[in-house]
Write a protein that binds this ligand. Structure first.
Ligand code: C2E
Ligand code: CA
Ligand code: CA
Length: 662
């Protein structure tokens, strides 16, 4: 059983008071008995004194003469009602005519076997004998004192009143005072202390009781320390230790609040997903120290640009999320985003290193692009990747079309590997024809994919995705192998055909590209000069010594190089001179325009230039006879297009080829 301080104090007080009561009660009763005894012995001595006087007087004079004596005594003695003298049962005289009968035994003080107090209260009369002689005979009168009971009582009543006053009232007052003091000095302050510990709100005032004050002071210290530690932990759990910005969990918490508020106020807000461009290379070249310092400065700068109650969080190495809640319309939103991007682009100086960074931002707007943090973040991420894909240092708003594109991207990425394992990829072949004679001299290998749901997926869709996610390396190897094997089959059958194989930029950049190509050529024992690799101008984006080396190694093998889709990229003609290119493939777009002046000029210029540079020219996308006739009027060597055939399966291609020989 647990007791409160008040309960303990109260029990202690009760114990103290009851022992006090016992002591005082004992004292009171003793006192009362003493008073009674004093009274009785006074009465007794008065009685015997009077009987002595009377007995002396009646020796000489008749009994009647004592009457004045009795009257005087009765009048002067406070406790007497009357004095009477009896002879036997017969009254001789009485100081009061009401007291003339002899008191019965009950009323007489005879057997003193009760205590004096009871005696005084229960008996009314005391008697004594007065002896005298009539001649020689000894006779006696009976002298009786009638006691005034009211007077006796009064003696004790006073004592009782004192008793009540001292032993009932005073303790009650005492208890009340102690109770109050206890409450004021101990219980209430302790309660304040408890509340402070619980809510940590109002600091309790110092206590008046010293010991308790010590407790209070040390407890307040402890509570403060704990509260501080708690706050630090809380802060730590919500902030990113490097930048001091909100972390992901605090971002979730805040966005949930902002969503609530926006729902209530029917307002929108924007969530920005910001990723630094090429941050990894800064980290790699200047060290993580500088990288961290840069992130800190950037965090600080973003915080400075946005409003105080906008949320800025760091959610990954160089990824930041900014939630903008106050902007009037799209224009202001663009403005803020642009301000962030231009501010981050200013030259940074970190530990004396000048650094230049750009950022890509994806933007989602609540509720149109998502109504919870997960979809907002996911879509902002998608939009950010789109911004990166569009050449970085820009921002992009999320759209549903973008979402579909991303979904497609994810689906295709996931199913491509399976497709390669399951043999769902095939190579089709499209004839390459001589413009003058029309004969088929070769074929371009073009990949085809029919997925498990029997849907045709265009290479225009999945090749760019494979280039993005790197799968093109594996897939390209398979294309190269399959195409070269086909060449070997032709060769074995004495079919004199060349093969043209599309190769992605990423493939050419692989260290083992040339060795793999060489391996395929030697193991299949094919003639390298019958192989042509189709590359696009993209390859030159990454102009480097290594690339030059790769090209000369390809050339050294005897393999030809075609520049595909010529005219569509950013054509810097210098590449035609510095790289060993054998063939130019004029893009279909120009053939489509051959009958306009601009189209014709372009085609003719390319053909002339190619001839000067001693390059062969292949015109792509020739669909009609007039197109072919036009090409024949120029010095264009080859063509490719539906006019002869679409890309077809190998069997159909072979058939087509044999028919063309007839
Ligand atoms: P590309 O290399 O420019 O291939 C020519 C594309 O034009 C082919 O589309 C072909 O079917 C189409 N074509 C040819 N003649 C005509 C014509 O007369 N009219 C029309 N309308 N189209 C014609 P395809 O097969 O859909 O390939 C698209 C692109 O995918 C290719 O463009 C190439 O860049 C890429 N690709 C195809 N196969 C491979 C491959 O094995 N490896 C790599 N890296 N890329 C490939
Ligand atoms: Ca091609
Ligand atoms: Ca092409």
């Amino acid at each position: 059983m647990k007791l409160t301080i008040k309960q303990v104090a109260l029990s202690l007080m009760l114990f103290l008071i009851s022992s006090m009561y016992m002591f005082f009660a004992h004292y009171y009763f003793t006192q009362r008995d003493i008073t009674a005894e004093v009274l009785i012995s006074r009465i007794k001595s008065d009685l015997s004194e009077l009987s002595y006087i009377i007995s002396k007087q009646v020796k000489k004079e008749p009994i009647e003469t004592v009457k004045p004596l009795l009257d005087r005594k009765s009048a002067n003695t406070d406790y007497l009602n009357a004095i009477a003298i009896f002879k036997g049962q017969q009254v001789v005289m009485s100081t009061d005519h009401r007291y003339i009968t002899y008191p019965n035994a009950n009323e007489l003080y005879t057997a003193p076997n009760v205590d004096n107090f009871t005696l005084l209260h229960s008996k009314q009369a005391l008697k004594t004998d007065v002896h005298y002689f009539e001649g020689k005979i000894k006779k006696y009168y009976t002298l009786i004192f009638y006691i005034d009971k009211a007077f006796i009582k009064q003696n004790f009543v006073e004592a009782k009143r004192d008793f009540i006053l001292f032993f009932i009232l005073i303790p009650i007052i005492f208890i009340a005072i102690v109770w109050l003091v206890l409450g004021r000095l101990i219980v209430k302050p302790l309660e304040a202390l408890r509340q402070y510990a619980y809510y940590n709100s109002k600091l309790p005032a110092p206590f008046k009781v010293k010991e308790i004050e010590y407790i209070r002071a040390s407890m307040v210290q402890t509570f403060n320390r704990l509260a501080q530690e708690k706050e630090e932990l809380y802060k730590l759990s919500r902030t990113d230790s490097l930048s001091g910005l909100a972390n992901r969990s605090y971002l979730n918490e805040r966005v949930a609040q902002i969503i609530d508020l926006s729902n209530r106020e029917k307002k929108e807000f924007a969530l920005l997903f910001l990723d630094l461009d090429h941050f990894k290379s800064i980290n790699d070249s200047l060290g993580h120290d500088i990288g961290d310092q840069l992130l800190k400065s950037i965090a600080h700068e973003i915080k400075r640009i946005v409003r105080l109650n906008d949320v800025v969080a760091r959610v990954g190495g160089d990824e930041f999320v900014i939630v903008l809640t106050h902007y009037k319309g799209e224009l202001e939103l663009y403005e803020i985003i642009e301000r962030i991007q231009t501010q981050l682009m200013k030259p940074w100086v970190i530990k004396t290193y000048p650094i230049h960074v750009t950022s890509s931002i994806g933007v989602t707007v609540f509720p149109k692009d998502g109504n919870d943090i997960i979809s907002l973040l996911k879509n902002a991420d998608i939009a950010m990747y789109e911004a990166k894909a569009r050449g970085r240092r820009g921002y992009h708003f999320f759209t549903e079309a973008l979402n579909v594109k991303t979904q497609e991207y994810i689906e295709i990425t996931n199913s491509m590997r399976e497709a390669l394992k399951n043999g769902n990829f095939k190579l089709y072949y499209q004839p390459l024809n001589d413009v003058k004679t029309g004969e088929i001299y070769g074929a371009e290998a073009l990949i085809r994919w029919t997925n498990s749901a029997n849907e045709y997926i265009s290479p225009n869709l999945f090749i760019p995705i494979a280039e993005q996610n790197g799968f093109i390396i594996e897939l390209g190897k398979w294309v190269l192998e399959t195409a070269i094997k086909q060449l070997k089959t032709w060769q074995n059958n004495d079919v004199a055909l060349k093969i043209s194989i599309n190769v992605a930029a990423l493939q050419v950049q692989q260290q083992d590209f040339v060795s793999h190509l060489k391996f395929l050529i030697t193991t299949n024992e094919v003639q390298a000069s019958n192989i042509s690799l189709e590359i696009t101008e993209n390859v030159f984006l990454n102009d480097s010594e290594v690339l030059h080396k790769t090209f000369s190694e390809i050339k050294a093998l005897g393999v030809q190089i075609s520049l595909d889709d010529f005219g569509t990229g950013y054509s810097s003609l210098s590449y035609l001179k510095t790289f060993p290119i054998d063939i130019l493939k004029i893009d279909k777009a120009f053939l489509d325009d051959y009958d306009t002046e601009a189209g014709a000029i372009f085609i003719e210029t390319i053909v002339n230039m190619a001839n000067t540079l001693k390059l062969r020219v292949v015109a792509e996308g020739v669909e009609t006879l007039p197109q072919l006739t036009y090409l024949q009027s120029l010095n264009c060597h080859c063509y490719q297009g539906y006019y002869c055939s679409q890309p077809v399966e190998i069997n159909r291609f072979n058939k087509l080829y044999s028919e063309s020989l007839l």
